[in-house]
Design a protein around this ligand. Sequence first.
Ligand code: NAD
Ligand code: WQD
Length: 349
Amino acid sequence: MSHHTVLVTGGAGYIGSHACVELLNAGFNVVVVDNLSNSKVTSLNRVEAITGKLVTFYEADIRDKQSLSDIFSKEQPSTVIHFAGLKAVGESCEQPHLYYHNNVFGTLVLTEVMQEHNVKQLVFSSSATVYGITDKTQYSEDLPIGAINPYGRSKAMVEDILRDLAAADSKTKSDKPWKIALLRYFNPIGAHESGLIGEDPNGIPNNLMPYVAQVAIGKLPQLAVFGDDYPTKDGTGVRDYIHVIDLVKGHISAIHAFKNTQFISGNCKAYNLGAGHGYSVLDIINTFEKVTGRTINYKISPRRDGDLAEYYANPDLALKELNWKVEKTLQDMIADTWNWQSKNPQGYQ
Ligand code: NAD
Ligand code: WQD
């Protein structure tokens, strides 16, 4: 068992809270820094209830350099997992400055503080959104980057910054080089099997799975299926859905991989975290109905701006170098979403 401390930015959020559970279960000490702009501290109380272990929590903004620096001095983390950021594509088009400030400037402050404290192992939440428009439906890490909205560009910019940081070290032959894993998530859904933590979006959900769950529980009247004339198996959009627990296990695998040859001399590498195949919107609806016994009221509606027909991960590199692959099925993802939704119809409040 390790006694290393992992500092988790954005650890009170959806993916971050699940990461805290897996980190604690793997024997790490966990320190969370979150400004609670899109989460509630209740999630961390639930993490403690699930694991029987304590989380050290700081309510702070990662852009506040002095506070962050004080936290690093006190907690002496060996590794950072950086989830903190804003993630709504539509909002990023309306408020680009807010997105670049949070996601790009926030990461600059974080890495500056890390550098000053000589903490140089970083796992970053990137996204499949960084891939440019391509005629391929299966995305490998070597596809060109070319995000199409401010949110996606903020992730692509951070990837560039982190690659440059690692490259600068290799030029100066630093004796403690950066080790950075850029994890490109596909579509995370699901919840911890306890039903104690899960996704708790503010207002009306943007994403399919929380929307379906809120229709199922009666909070929302009807799902709009955004287009049924795409060139896919049934005309609806196809995505690579990944259980949030599989996803966060990929982060633990990345931390372990920092000890492997490709990271020993320092490196910044991107890895897709996905299942390697997709499901359509209708697959999701049909499986949700089968697993939960509820009927999903839906209506075929116009396409949503900016949506692609179909894409999914090539997850081979993560298997080869991180020894990681997904283990859970779509049934698991839906059963766990429903368990969380039905036990917490109002989310954390
Ligand atoms: P989330 O909003 O639930 O979690 C993000 C957390 O970061 C929140 O708790 C929020 O309060 C905190 N935060 C935001 N700005 C902050 C700041 N400046 N200082 C401190 N804390 C701050 O979102 P999530 O779904 O858990 O996503 C986590 C990360 O994964 C994000 O970076 C997101 O862009 C990325 N990601 C998410 C998805 C997805 O579909 N959920 C897909 C790909 C990538
Ligand atoms: C999935 C499918 C929709 C809602 C987004 C971000 C991406 C990433 C994950 C962070 C699509 C359809 C959806 C609805 C629908 N986030 N849909 N009715 O768009 O693949 O990815 O979240 O990095 O950046 O863009 O996910 O869940 O919104 O949509 O028919 O009410 O469901 O058209 O085919 P998406 P999603």
